[in-house]
Every structure is written in structure tokens, then in C-alpha cells.
Write a protein that binds this ligand. Structure first.
Ligand SMILES: [Zn+2]
Length: 238
């Protein structure tokens, strides 16, 4: 082995000590354009270039100090990169934790300032909520947001138009585990997730980092994905 190659390998292993062949890992990064698009088969087209068996892990409603770091640890242990769609109120309150999520290499998107049902709201109130989460995101993370997931996946024409005008991509979902339902064991969550993924063939997975039961189940869920041969794709925006 050449000296240069040895040095490169040593440097790689120094930065990623846990990323051996036994972990789930992140198979590739999918970089999307900053544009007014909308993806996720629950409501839109499938994410472009995602192949059968590839999954994108997403976590909504955080950050929450009691559970988000538990999720981060589980992801780090398996060298998995994910996306976190954060609400404005917890993002403002726990900005340092949001930066910790970002600094661990994960993608951070928006999920509304408050977790509103937007359909009954006046257009001005909907836009005010968007303005608030965009301003909070900028203040916490120092960059422009690129992605948005609607609370309850409840899209409105007013916000779809406003997001498109701002070149913010809407992310819906392809599969989930209904992890907001109470009293779900890791096995129950894994069964639901694998069942939905079997139907969808992979895709964008919806989970919630505010849920203690999800945080507890993450090592088991990641092992289950690995056992079934799913490949994790890290989603990011240019
Ligand atoms: Zn939500």
C-alpha cells in the first residue's frame, strides 16, 4: 500500500471511527435544486432518482432536548444522515440543539412556525406563519431555508404559491410508522414501517423526533431497515 493511500485511509478512519461495514450507513447523497417543487407520493410525484429500496429518513416537530439527542445518537451509531423538519417555536427555544443537528451533518427543513391546520386560516395568517418560521430558521442557522413540510401534510393553495415563489421545495412523504399513536413498542413501529415500505418500495419515511417512543425505537428501526436491505439516501439542497 502506498504511503499516500495509507494516510488517506488513516484520516478517513479518524473522522468516522464507527462507520465500519456492520452499520447501516448512508449509501449516497441526493442533492436537490432550490426550486418550487413538491415531492412525496402521499401527495406528489416520487422524489426524482430515488431507486426501489432506497429510503430518506425524515423527522418532524422538533427539536426537543429530551428526545432529539437520543435520535442523533442512534443515527450516529449507524452512520446515517437524515432530515429534520422543525417547527418555529421549538427551533427558537432550542436553537443550539438545531445547530447540533445541522453540525452532525443532517439536513434541516421547516415545518411551520406553529403546528397549525392552515386550511381554516386566512391567507394573511398563513403567510405570517411562513414568514415567522423563515425568520426563525435564518436566525438559528444563519442560512436560507430550502425545504418545507406542511403540518399534518395539510397543503393550502396560498402557501403552495408562496413557497414556490420563494424557491422552497415542499416535501411530502412516501411511508411512515404512525409513531404519533400512543404506546407503540419498537417492534410495532418496525412492523408498521416495514409494511408501508414494502408497499411503497422505499421512499421518504416520516418519523417524529419529539416522540420518546420513536427515540427509544431508533436503534431497532435502523437494524430492521438494514436487515431488509434498505439503502439510506441523504437528502440535501444545493
Ligand atoms: Zn408535524
Amino acid at each position: 500500500m502506498g504511503l499516500l493511500l495509507s494516510m488517506v485511509l488513516a484520516a478517513a478512519s479518524a473522522t468516522q471511527p464507527a462507520c465500519g461495514p456492520d452499520v447501516l450507513g448512508t449509501s449516497r447523497t441526493l442533492t436537490l435544486k432550490r426550486e418550487g417543487a413538491a415531492w412525496g407520493k402521499a401527495q406528489h410525484a416520487a422524489l426524482p432518482t430515488l431507486a426501489p429500496g432506497e429510503v430518506v429518513l425524515t423527522f418532524d416537530d422538533g427539536p426537543r432536548p429530551e428526545s432529539t439527542p437520543v435520535i442523533l445518537k442512534a443515527l450516529a451509531d449507524q452512520c446515517v444522515q437524515a432530515s429534520f423538519f422543525m417547527n418555529g417555536e421549538p427551533l427558537k427555544q432550542h436553537a443550539a440543539l438545531a445547530r447540533q443537528v445541522r453540525d452532525a451533518g443532517h439536513t434541516v427543513g421547516m415545518h411551520g412556525y406553529r403546528h397549525e391546520h392552515f386550511s381554516p386560516l386566512q391567507p394573511t395568517a398563513q403567510i405570517a406563519d411562513l414568514d415567522a418560521i423563515v425568520a426563525t430558521y435564518r436566525a438559528a442557522l444563519g442560512v436560507e431555508p430550502a425545504a418545507y413540510r406542511f403540518p399534518f401534510l395539510e397543503e393550502t393553495p396560498t402557501l403552495m404559491k408562496a413557497l414556490a415563489e420563494r424557491s422552497i421545495t415542499v416535501m411530502s412523504v412516501d411511508a411512515g410508522a404512525e409513531d404519533w399513536l400512543p404506546d407503540q413498542t419498537p417492534q410495532m413501529l418496525a412492523d408498521k414501517l416495514l409494511g408501508e415500505l414494502a408497499k411503497s418500495g422505499g421512499g421518504v419515511v416520516l418519523l417524529h423526533d419529539v416522540q420518546d417512543q420513536t427515540a427509544r425505537a431508533m436503534p431497532f428501526l435502523l437494524e430492521a431497515l438494514k436487515a431488509k436491505g434498505y439503502q439510506v439516501v441523504h437528502l440535501r439542497w444545493e
